[in-house]
Design a binder for this molecule. Structure first.
Ligand SMILES: [Zn+2]
Length: 387
C-alpha cells in the first residue's frame, strides 16, 4: 500500500487553511480578479519548486498551470479561480471562510476553490515522487469559468496550445458519487420577428410581431425531438426570455425570444435552428412586410466518453476503493470546462467533492473530509495514469 492515505490525513489542517485562504480573496466574476487566488497557488508552486506558467488573456484574469514530470502523456487537473457573485440570504460572511462542524463556509468553498486545496497537497506529494511519473501532471487554476471561459479554458485550448491527453475537472459531482463522462449539447438561440408597426387604434394597418411570436411558439412547441441517448437521456428546451413591443398604443413591430436547448446525439444545433426556421417561414412570410431571423447566441456540441475507456475505468476503480462505495458514470446537461479539452482531443471527465444543491447558493460550504479523500484519489489517479 502507498502512504498517500496517511499523507492526506496528516495534512488535513493545511487543506483547511489553504481552502480558507482562497475563499477569503474576492474573485467574484464579473470582474474576476483571478490573480488574487493565483497568487496563493503561485506561492505554493515556488515553495515546492514546481515550474509553472502564468497565462493572462486580459490583465488580472490569471490562469496558472504547474508541471510535474515531463513529456507525454499529459494529465491536466485544473480548478477555477473565479466564483459567482454572493447573492442574498447569507447567514455567514461570504468571504469569511469560517470552519464550522467539519465544513468550510464561503463563496467558492465548494465551487471551486476548495478543490484547489487538496490539489496543492497532491502537487506536493507528486513532486516528491516525480521520478515515478512517465508523463506530465499539469495542476492549476483557470479563469472565467463562470462566465463562458473566454479568458480561461476556451482561450487556453484554442489559442495557447494547452492540449492535455487526459483531463479531470474537479467540480462537484454528487459528493464524488458519480463521474461525468458525457454532456448534452448546449444551444442558446434567439428568434427575432419583425412585424409592421402601426397605431394601436388601427391594428389592421400593422402586423403584430407579438402575435406572430405567439403563433411561432404554439407551433414550435408541438415539434417532437424524441431521440434518447443511453447516458444523456433526453433533449430539453427552455424558453428563457421574451421581449417585444414599444408601447401599449403601438402595434408591436418587433419581438424576440431566447431559447435554451440541451440536446442529445444524434441531434445537432442545426436540427433546432432549421426546425425554428421552418416554422418561422410558415408563420411569418405569409404576412406582408414581416420578416424573421434566427441567431445563435452560444453553442457547445454534445460529447460522450466511452464508459469502457481505460482512464474512466481507472478513476472509477480508484475512487471506489478509496471511498468504499460505488461511483456511477453519468451524463449531465452541460456546463463544465471539459468540452474545451474534449474539442482538442482530450479524454475528459468531471469528478469532485461537493453537492449540486449547494452550488451558487447562499451559505455555500464544503465538507472537509471530502476534500481530504479527494486529494487521495487524484494523487492515485495521477500516479496510476502515468505509471
Ligand atoms: Zn465550478
Amino acid at each position: 500500500m502507498d502512504d498517500i492515505g496517511s499523507f492526506f490525513d496528516g495534512n488535513r489542517n493545511r487543506i483547511v487553511q489553504l481552502c480558507q485562504e482562497l475563499v477569503r480573496v474576492d474573485t467574484v466574476n464579473p470582474p474576476g480578479n483571478e490573480w488574487r487566488a493565483a497568487e496563493i497557488l503561485e506561492r505554493e508552486f515556488r515553495r515546492l519548486n514546481i515550474p509553472y506558467e502564468r497565462l493572462e488573456k486580459e490583465k488580472g484574469r490569471t490562469n496558472l498551470l504547474g508541471r510535474i514530470g515531463k513529456g507525454k502523456p499529459e494529465l491536466l487537473i485544473a480548478a477555477h479561480f473565479d466564483t459567482v457573485p454572493f447573492g442574498d440570504g447569507w447567514t455567514r460572511e461570504p468571504l469569511g471562510g469560517t470552519e464550522e462542524n467539519g465544513r468550510v463556509y464561503g463563496r467558492g468553498s465548494m465551487d471551486d476553490k476548495g478543490q484547489l486545496a487538496p490539489l496543492i497537497l497532491a502537487a506536493e506529494y507528486l513532486k516528491k515522487h516525480e521520478s515515478e511519473l512517465n508523463g506530465t501532471v499539469v495542476i492549476g487554476g483557470v479563469a472565467d469559468e463562470e462566465r463562458g471561459s473566454h479568458a480561461g479554458s476556451k482561450w487556453l485550448t484554442d489559442s495557447k496550445g494547452v492540449h492535455p491527453d487526459y483531463c479531470l475537472v474537479p467540480e462537484c459531482s454528487d459528493s464524488m458519487g458519480m463521474i461525468v463522462i458525457a454532456e448534452k449539447g448546449v444551444l442558446w438561440f434567439r428568434v427575432v420577428i419583425n412585424g409592421v408597426q402601426a397605431h394601436g387604434s388601427t391594428p389592421d394597418k400593422g402586423v403584430n410581431a407579438i402575435l406572430l411570436m405567439n403563433e411561432f411558439l404554439a407551433k414550435f412547441r408541438k415539434l417532437k425531438f424524441p431521440a434518447r441517448h443511453e447516458t444523456l437521456k433526453k433533449t430539453t428546451i427552455n424558453y428563457g426570455i421574451i421581449k417585444g413591443g414599444a408601447a401599449t398604443n403601438i402595434v408591436a413591430g418587433r419581438c424576440e425570444l431566447e431559447i435554451d436547448v440541451r440536446y442529445v446525439p444524434p441531434y445537432t444545433d442545426k436540427t433546432f435552428l432549421d426546425a425554428a426556421g421552418n416554422v418561422l417561414e410558415e408563420v411569418v412570410t405569409k404576412q406582408q412586410g414581416a420578416s424573421f431571423a434566427v441567431e445563435t447566441i452560444n453553442h457547445e456540441p454534445a460529447f460522450f466518453i466511452e464508459p469502457k475507456h481505460p482512464f474512466v475505468q481507472k478513476v472509477r476503480s480508484i475512487a471506489r476503493k478509496t471511498l468504499g462505495h460505488n461511483v456511477r458514470l453519468q451524463g449531465v446537461g452541460g456546463g463544465t470546462i471539459s468540452k474545451d479539452f474534449v474539442r482538442h482531443g482530450a479524454v475528459s471527465i468531471t469528478f469532485g467533492p461537493g453537492k449540486e444543491e449547494v452550488l451558487h447558493k447562499s451559505d455555500e460550504y464544503i465538507d472537509i473530509p471530502e476534500l481530504v479523500v479527494f486529494g487521495k484519489i487524484v494523487t492515485r489517479v495521477c500516479l496510476e495514469t502515468l505509471k
